[in-house]
Design a protein around this ligand. Structure first.
Ligand code: NFS
Length: 675
């Protein structure tokens, strides 16, 4: 082992592996790290406690007269709430400002990712790079009209298909304008159900352009500007919609056009996918622009031969966080782990290179990498690390493949430098990932009507009780994967079909919920019957966090297919992020809420210090958009809050009785031994 810079002696407390995670390979690697004297996030979480005032959302550090802290009085607020900062800012204002800044940061992260994709797409469309192509022209033709780009031309009275490259250039240019156009509103808002668009227009929250909404969040939360939590949240809503129906949705679509729309495929998940006799290269982060190239480079004959020349049997690629989901859903490359397993992948001693781009990357990776031979490579100009063992290879879409080959070579060259201390946990699971709006239509659509009719029919007849979107991160303040898995098992047990993305999706893969076989084990009788009939898992992997836009569009398709109301808020559906931690999660939560979805977060919400503002999000929002926030740390109660909402919507649609009948029929059939 190389020099150990992070010694356990420095740590006050060590995490109890069994308390830190429900997942055996994670527990095993935490134990190993502790034995080797290498500190991980799990140890830091027991050593450092979060700030109680920050946790409640009522610390204002937006000017140099502060930070102003407005703790709640011990016995709660009696009478008037007199708390204020030096400028007079109330707890509501401070809490709303903090919330808005989280939305702004989250929307910025997703949208800047979208912008990079759009820029690369423009370069590809203009043939300035040979490394990116249009892999899914059908998707391009499908989205072009939203940007006002014609897909046909008329010549001498004959209508012909327009040249695909011309369409691509048109879409790319228009898409890029979404970040800064001087007038109008975002193009993709038109994809939402009409009643929802009407609500947004009535509330004055239609995003104008993506950058402007994020900038305005920062302006309004600057010292001395917006001091009305309702008005602040109007902007928070607008910025979040600029994410979900803007930057994130454009990212998903243009990635699909360039890299192919996902279709369900078989893969595996967990640390056990790493191979001792292979070069292990792990990609971690979010933007698939580079990782797509790394997949191609690692699969090339030249690189495989090169790896063999260094004594390896081949190259094993793996992913962490949403980059993992991107290359999983399009190439079947297995995820090595969720957000909280990033340090642990290096602690196996078998990670020859970890390649990171942007978002959700621990700076401590550099300290862990120092203890092994692992080369840690940053690739993005906006995301470098100060530690001197980190290599920076700046990725440029104009010579993407060249960069990718250089990076893969570093991993291969490093293979022989591995120490003796390799320990790859055995645990891995098989999974089916890569569902999308199109594949749900294909699998659950009727053979006569290629739309969402069969799904709707099964919801109406009660076999499927409702739809849940369970997404988001891990959080070291909660037990790794426990909330995700307990919650999702409870939902499917109650016949709620689950759509999942992000680290929640990776957790589901690791814990075996993404297989059709899991339906018979975990589902209620109705959902099990549907899954067995069509051969799908009860939990559908819909991709990365930007692909939450797929959930919005799937919900819109369900509305369009008919029989379940006129708007997303009418659907028996609910959203959840049980182990959320990032600002992106707050942006996602807000765009789900303002698209009409009841959205429950786990762990905690930074709102406890401002009860009036909290009520505004938890109760008043429903009157405006049909969706609202909630929080429940206990995963079983969390599931039942979602189920209660689903049942409330079933009742409003008048389909609650149908489900009773289905369940009665099932019991009868079971009694007769027919099931
Ligand atoms: Ni989403 Fe994906 Fe994971 Fe959370 Fe981070 S990787 S973008 S933020 S931690 S789900």
């Amino acid at each position: 082992m190389a020099e150990v810079t992070t010694k356990v002696e420095k740590i006050v407390k060590l995490a109890d592996p069994m308390e830190a995670s429900i997942e055996p390979s994670t527990q095993e690697m935490i134990r190993r790290a502790q034995k080797m004297g290498i500190e991980t996030v799990f140890d830091r979480a027991v050593t450092m406690k979060p700030c109680a005032i920050g946790l409640q959302g009522i610390c204002c550090k937006n000017c140099a007269m502060g930070p102003c802290r407005l703790p709640l009085p011990k016995d709660g607020i009696q009478g008037e709430d007199t708390r204020k900062g030096l400028c007079g800012a109330t707890a509501n204002t401070i809490c709303a400002r903090n919330f808005l800044r989280m939305i702004a940061a989250g929307a910025a992260a997703h949208s800047d990712h979208g912008r990079a994709v759009a820029e690369t797409f423009l370069a590809a469309a203009k043939k300035q790079t040979n490394d990116y192509k249009i892999k899914d022209p059908a998707k391009l033709i499908q989205i072009a009209p939203y940007f006002g780009i014609a897909t046909t031309v008329e010549e001498n009275g004959v209508v012909k298909d327009r040249d695909i490259n011309e369409i691509a250039v048109g879409v790319a240019e228009k898409a890029l304008q979404e970040w800064g156009k001087p007038s109008g509103t975002l193009a993709y808002l038109k994809r939402a159900p009409q009643p929802l668009q009407d609500k947004w227009a009535a509330m004055g929250v239609m995003p104008r352009n993506i950058d402007r909404e994020i900038v305005e969040c920062m302006h309004r939360t600057h010292m001395g500007v917006d001091q009305d939590y309702k008005n602040l949240m109007k902007q928070g809503t607008r910025a979040s919609l600029a994410d979900g129906w803007g930057g994130a949705m454009i990212a998903t679509d243009l990635q699909d056009v360039m890299f192919g729309s996902p279709t369900p495929l078989q893969s595996e998940a967990n640390l056990g996918v790493m191979k001792e006799d292979h070069v292990n290269i792990i990609v971690h982060g979010h933007e698939p622009l580079l990782s797509e190239m790394i997949v191609a480079a690692a699969q090339s004959q030249e690189m495989v031969e090169y790896a063999k020349s260094k004594g390896a049997k081949g190259i094993q690629l793996g992913g962490i966080c949403c980059t993992a989901n991107e290359i999983l859903q399009r190439h079947g490359v297995p995820p090595v782990g969720t957000f909280l397993q990033q340090e642990l992948a290096i602690i196996t001693g078998a990670c020859d290179a970890m390649v990171v781009d942007v978002q959700c990357i621990f700076q401590n990776l550099a300290n862990v990498a120092k203890c092994f031979h692992t080369k840690l490579i940053t690739t993005h100009p906006i995301a470098k690390m100060e530690q001197d063992n980190v290599v920076h290879i700046e990725f440029d879409e104009h010579h993407a493949m060249e960069d990718a080959i250089r990076i893969v070579k570093i991993g291969i060259d490093n293979f022989q430098k591995r120490g003796a201390e390799v320990m790859i946990p055995r645990h891995k699971s098989s999974q089916i990932a890569g569902f999308g709006v199109e594949s749900i239509r294909y699998h659950l659509g009727g053979s006569f009507r290629g739309d969402y009719f069969t799904l709707n029919d099964n919801i109406i007849n009660g076999r499927i009780r409702g739809i849940a979107g369970v997404v988001g991160c891990n959080n070291a303040r909660t037990k790794h994967n426990e909330e995700h898995i307990t919650l999702i098992k409870e939902l499917i047990k109650n016949d709620v079909i689950v759509l999942t993305t992000g680290c929640s999706a990776i957790a589901c893969g690791i814990h075996g919920l993404l297989t059709p076989e899991s339906a018979a084990v975990y589902c209620g009788p109705g959902l099990a019957e549907v899954c067995e009939t069509v051969g799908i898992p009860p939990v559908l992997h819909l991709g990365s966090c930007v692909d939450n836009s797929r959930i919005l569009l799937a919900a819109t398709e369900v509305v369009k297919a008919g029989g379940l109301g006129n708007d997303i808020c009418d659907l028996p559906a609910a959203g959840s992020a049980p182990e959320w931690m990032s600002e992106k999660a707050i942006a996602i939560g807000q765009y789900f809420v303002s698209s009409g979805v009841y959205t429950v977060f786990g762990y905690h919400m930074p709102l406890e210090g401002a009860p009036v503002f909290k009520d505004y999000l938890y109760k008043e929002m429903e009157k405006m958009y049909g969706g609202m926030w909630d929080c429940e740390p206990d995963p079983i109660k969390h599931a039942h809050k979602m189920i209660a909402h689903i049942d409330k919507k079933r009742k409003a649609l008048g389909i609650d009785k149908a489900r009773d009948r289905v369940l009665m029929d099932m019991a009868d059939r079971q009694a007769l031994g027919m099931e």
